[in-house]
Design a protein around this ligand. Structure first.
Ligand code: ADP
Ligand code: MG
Length: 248
């Protein structure tokens, strides 16, 4: 994250989350400034998805602060559906509606949740599909698409709500290797357009090239974070070195 008076899009302080006796997030602190791309890395089970899901209020924290664009969000005082409109999320398994066309998938939330007119939603949806390189696919069903195309539709669908922040949870992990690149380039374009993004990924090339800040999690804690070249080329903690050694 660069210095200066940038807008703080997300601030997390001492965030804790447990499932029953399992303490999954332990005193997590995190800041994400406007237009930053923060990449979360770490072994399976370290709490990355839970952290993203807490940021989107799909999971409710046990303690700590989550501040989104200056608002400290609490389940008791905020309409979480409204907050979720500001924080879009893309999952590993696209979760498209199979019985709706590509465009039908994209206009669903804007028309049903935001009350945008169908005409307007269609117009904007087609522009978004152009943007993710699928302008000619608006009328087909998801089952006819490749995994990479499905994921790009899922990205367009999230963008259709005009979120201020986008969360990506291993968006390429379910894809055949030859389809990973097209999704990563779509994400890179989004980052270049200035979208604020938090991305969980095992794609270290993406983390290095597109990430402004990399956060390494282990066992529910942030072990180390830094700009990509420091974290990857000069990790300070033994744990980080071990993890990077195991994956690179
Ligand atoms: P990661 O995304 O880094 O692989 P997760 O956040 O998915 O890690 O999981 C962290 C830990 O929390 C794991 O031990 C996982 O089994 C547990 N966990 C995640 N979600 C739930 C849940 N809904 N109920 C119980 N345990 C969960
Ligand atoms: Mg996960």
């Amino acid at each position: 994250m660069s210095e200066g008076k940038e807008k703080e899009m997300i601030k997390v302080e001492k965030l804790n989350k447990s499932f029953g006796d399992l303490h999954v997030l332990k005193d997590i602190d995190l800041k994400v400034n406007e237009s930053d791309v923060v990449v979360l890395i770490g072994a399976s089970g370290s709490g990355k998805s839970t952290l993203l899901r807490c940021l989107n209020f799909l999971e409710i924290k046990n303690s700590g602060k989550i501040v989104i664009e200056g608002d400290q969000i609490e389940q008791e005082t905020h309409d979480l559906n409204k907050v979720r409109e500001r924080v879009g999320m893309v999952f590993q398994h696209f979760n498209l509606f199979p019985h709706k066309t590509v465009l039908g998938n994209i206009i669903e939330a804007p028309t049903q949740v935001k009350g945008i007119s169908k005409e307007q939603a269609i117009k904007e949806g087609k522009l978004l599909l152009d943007k993710v390189g699928l302008g000619d696919k608006y009328n087909v069903y998801p089952s006819t698409l490749s995994g990479g195309q499905k994921q790009r539709v899922a990205i367009a669908r999230a963008l259709a709500m005009k979120p201020d922040v986008m969360l990506f949870d291993e968006p390429t992990s379910a894809l055949d290797p030859e389809l990973v690149g097209e999704v990563l380039s779509t994400m890179k374009e989004l980052a270049d357009d200035g979208m604020t993004m938090v991305v969980v990924t095992h794609e270290m090339g993406f983390a290095r090239e597109v990430g402004d800040w990399v956060v390494y999690m282990h066992d529910g804690k942030i072990v180390e974070s830094g700009i990509p070249i420091d974290l990857f080329d000069n990790p300070r903690k033994e744990r980080t070195k071990e993890f990077l050694g195991s994956i690179l």
